[in-house]
Write a new protein. Structure first.
Length: 468
């Protein structure tokens, strides 16, 4: 099963029942960077927090699938953008215990998904400070506007964490917004016999007293929505790609060991590196995990190891989806939209990667995909750069119409300049944050072609333009 298609189908149904929005077009307003709760995201106003910039998360987690109890210690290192008599972290559910700031006890209070921390003494502007939060409880899931589930997803042998757009706050406190990327060290302790997989590289394991700890390190900056942990019985295959990149693949013990399509992972990565430039992280891999219920029918581009859930209805792992999630490692994971408004910079690019794969592997041309997407009424519900509502971020205009924008740019500047643009975009913004305005200005600057009319129609315009 191809979940983005399921999402699109859902969207189609919702559109029929009147979920279309009359959102205004035009460039998004800049986020309000200084509010304490929320960074002013146009679609998720409470996500993230102003006043500081996290550089590192050190998460120490222990999970017992039998009781579903998670115990965690989060060490959050950040730089204060201004004096902070108080600041917020995002956390959904769970019980907060002791909180310290730079080693001194701090007061804390909860309201909704906001955890407010009041240090004994205000953090001074510009200071780097470390907040330690001890917490525990049974982590929950969040139902998104489109009805799909994210957060801490139970499996019958453990759990898997999915965080797009806001689910990471169900398992650790943090600045839960893509504009604040950070390095992570995630250590997970589980009953002996189970494996805990996370982003980045495995730097240590130890077993004592019937429990095993797995330590994972992500040096490259990561948005919180891309953090994952998968706990359960896995078959792990470690290898290296022809270019020497470590590969860590964890497949649910109940699934075929090679999980079919995953054999193509090195070949797809090599092809994508040829198109998009050097792979942006120190390792790669994938997680295939069987989930209990049928609420998660989508794959997610979790950094370095995309997750492919399997449920009773089928698997999310297929060829196009593997190409898609791996393309996100460049577009979304390494080069990350500053707000959810610009989700098309993720999904439009990953969808276009599917078209290009097809075109270069004996399938339909990108033009043919473009034509089909053009004909599809669902593509025209709203402009890619202005989804307008939270449920719209996973719908057809963000995916297919986003890809159409890239195809139009390709037609306008020609193949040679277009593929140089793709590579340059990934290289120049590697590890960083971007938005639509940056993309359009950058394309024009680099190509020397006036693309303002193109973007006005295809990226910002309402409705279907006349057939090209
Ligand atoms: N990003 C996922 C993909 O490309 C799909 C997805 C999962 C998603 N959760 C989401 C999209 C929440 C928007 C919002 O396969
Ligand atoms: Zn995607």
């Amino acid at each position: 099963m191809h979940h983005r298609l399921l999402r699109t189908t859902l969207c189609g149904l919702l559109l029929l029942t009147g979920c279309a929005t009359g959102s205004p077009s035009g460039p998004p307003p800049p986020p309000v960077a200084d509010s304490t709760s929320g960074v002013g995201d146009p679609l998720f106003p409470l996500a993230g927090n102003g006043g500081y910039d996290v550089s590192h998360y050190g998460l120490d987690l222990a999970y017992d699938p039998a009781t579903r109890l998670l115990r965690g210690t989060a060490r959050v290192t950040a730089r204060a953008a201004r004096a902070l008599p108080a600041f917020n972290l995002d956390l959904s559910g769970l019980k907060v215990g002791r909180v310290t700031v730079d080693g001194a006890g701090a007061a804390s209070s909860r309201a909704g998904t906001e955890l407010t921390v009041r240090p004994a003494r205000a953090v001074t502007a510009g200071a780097v400070f470390t907040t330690v939060v001890e917490y525990s409880g049974v982590p929950g899931t969040i139902e998104d506007a489109d009805g799909s589930h994210e957060g801490w997803i139970r499996t019958d042998d453990g759990a898997v964490a999915l965080g797009e757009p806001v689910g990471s706050m169900t398992w650790f406190p943090g600045n839960n917004h893509p504009s604040d990327k950070a390095a992570y060290d995630i250590a997970v302790t589980v009953p002996e016999g189970l494996t805990a997989v996370s982003n980045g590289e495995l730097t240590g394991t130890r077993t004592a007293g019937g429990r095993s700890t797995f330590q994972w390190h992500s040096a490259e900056p990561m948005a919180s929505y891309l953090a994952t942990v998968a706990i359960g019985k896995f078959r792990v295959t470690r290898s290296t790609t022809p270019s020497g990149l470590p590969v860590y693949v964890a497949v649910d013990a109940r699934e075929a060991a090679d999980a079919g399509e995953l054999r193509d992972l090195p070949r797809i990565l090599e092809w994508e590196s040829g198109l998009f430039g050097p792979y942006p992280f120190s390792s790669t891999g994938a997680i295939v995990d069987r989930v209990d219920d049928d609420t998660v029918g989508y794959a997610l581009e979790t950094q370095t190891k995309p997750v492919f859930p399997v449920d009773r209805k089928g698997t999310t792992l297929d060829g196009p989806t593997l190409v898609h999630e791996l393309a996100h490692q460049w577009f979304g994971d390494s080069v990350t939209p500053r707000t959810w408004q610009d989700m098309w910079l993720n999904e439009g690019f990953a969808t276009y990667a599917e078209w290009l794969w097809d075109e270069q592997h004996g399938g339909d041309s990108a033009q043919k995909h473009f034509d089909a997407t053009f004909q599809d009424d669902a593509s025209w519900a709203f402009p890619p750069a202005d989804p307008g509502t939270p449920q719209n971020v996973s719908e057809a205009p963000v995916y297919g119409r986003g890809a159409m924008v890239l195809h139009k740019v390709r037609q306008a500047v020609g193949d040679a300049r277009f593929f140089a643009l793709l590579r340059g975009w990934a290289a120049e913004h590697r590890g960083g944050s971007v938005d639509s305005a940056r993309f359009t200005a950058w394309c024009e600057q680099r190509s020397g072609v006036d693309l303002s009319g193109l973007f006005a129609v295809w990226l910002y315009g309402d409705g279907r333009p006349p057939a090209p």
